[in-house]
Design a protein around this ligand. Sequence first.
Ligand SMILES: NC(=O)c1ccc[n+]([C@@H]2O[C@H](COP(=O)([O-])OP(=O)(O)OC[C@H]3O[C@@H](n4cnc5c(N)ncnc54)[C@H](OP(=O)(O)O)[C@@H]3O)[C@@H](O)[C@H]2O)c1
Length: 345
Amino acid sequence: MSPQNPKINLAILGATGNVGRKFLEILEERNFPFVSLKLLASEKSSGKKIRFKGKEYTVEPAKKDSFKDIDLVLASAGGVISKELVPYAVKAGAVVIDNSSAYRMDKDVPLVVVDVNNDDLKKHKGIIANPNCTTAQLMPPLKALHKLAGLKRVIVSTYQSVSGAGKAAMDELTEQTKEHLSKDSYKSKEVNRQFAFNVIPHIDAFSSDGYTKEEIKVINESRKILGLPNLRITCTAVRVPVYIGHSESVNVELEKSVTREQIIEALRAMPCIEVIDDPNNSKYPMAIDTAGKDPVYVGRIRPDNSNPNTYNFWVVADNLRIGAALNAVRIAEVLLKEQLIKALA
Ligand SMILES: NC(=O)c1ccc[n+]([C@@H]2O[C@H](COP(=O)([O-])OP(=O)(O)OC[C@H]3O[C@@H](n4cnc5c(N)ncnc54)[C@H](OP(=O)(O)O)[C@@H]3O)[C@@H](O)[C@H]2O)c1
């Protein structure tokens, strides 16, 4: 099989979810090459029809034997399902790009953000992990600044959209907003949180040290992706009533003294970053403008005058794209190009 004309049998695990539907959208946009496509979800969606590239596909329930003859799996059905099914996909000969947290910190599993640590893909043994959405958009600017002047310490505060909590949370925000404005009574269905008109400093479960699992993911995943196991980094993760687009306020202390201009130049040198930083004309990245777009947007770049060699900036991206489906599809494209899929080797 030639890498120019790869004959990939593709499966999407979790095809009916937020990330799964984005996979389909992005595969179509980027004209990802495949010869067959299998859409897998829970029993609940079995038989559901999904149109893709002018053809109708029937969703099948995901089972241990669903991966026969599959070369590549894009998985986004959550950690429990990934733990259960991904080993069967790998055993059947497929390479799995997994969007859940199940394998991210496994030492044998590369955790990759394209343009940041592509070389790690060469070490894969069947599973490649896609980072948490909050980590993914943080990596390109941190990598650029580390290359420029060395990272000494990083403080991240996030403003995360409800789409990061799945489709049910987006529906919940709509219903809660309607209820709040109409004063009709509405009982939260699946997500027991007041998203509408609220800011919640709690994403995922709390651990005994007072950090949430989301915050710990940002800390540990950043260290792994950047190859800096001792990086001093801390995080506060917050949910805000926004449908799509995570925003992050980042404070970075650098090893060396650099100018704002050098920082902007280093950020612009990263292919996936777009700098929008024109405060005099009120131009800066905002979540509302990023939905459906590919870049990681950076703005509000300014020195932190309270500490030497330290800068503040603001990072925004579509969490369902760079934070999930786009990065996974871009990983798949690199695997194809570098012939890192078994069917191509
Ligand atoms: N949303 C983000 O920004 C983001 C970013 C990075 C990573 N992720 C991760 O990606 C995963 C999915 O997130 P999401 O936002 O797409 O969630 P979602 O909208 O709730 O979708 C979940 C998907 O998993 C499927 N599923 C559930 N139970 C299953 C089972 N027993 N067997 C097979 N499939 C099953 C669902 O199928 P049914 O429709 O049939 O229930 C659906 O297709 C999570 O691990 C999440 O942490 C999400």
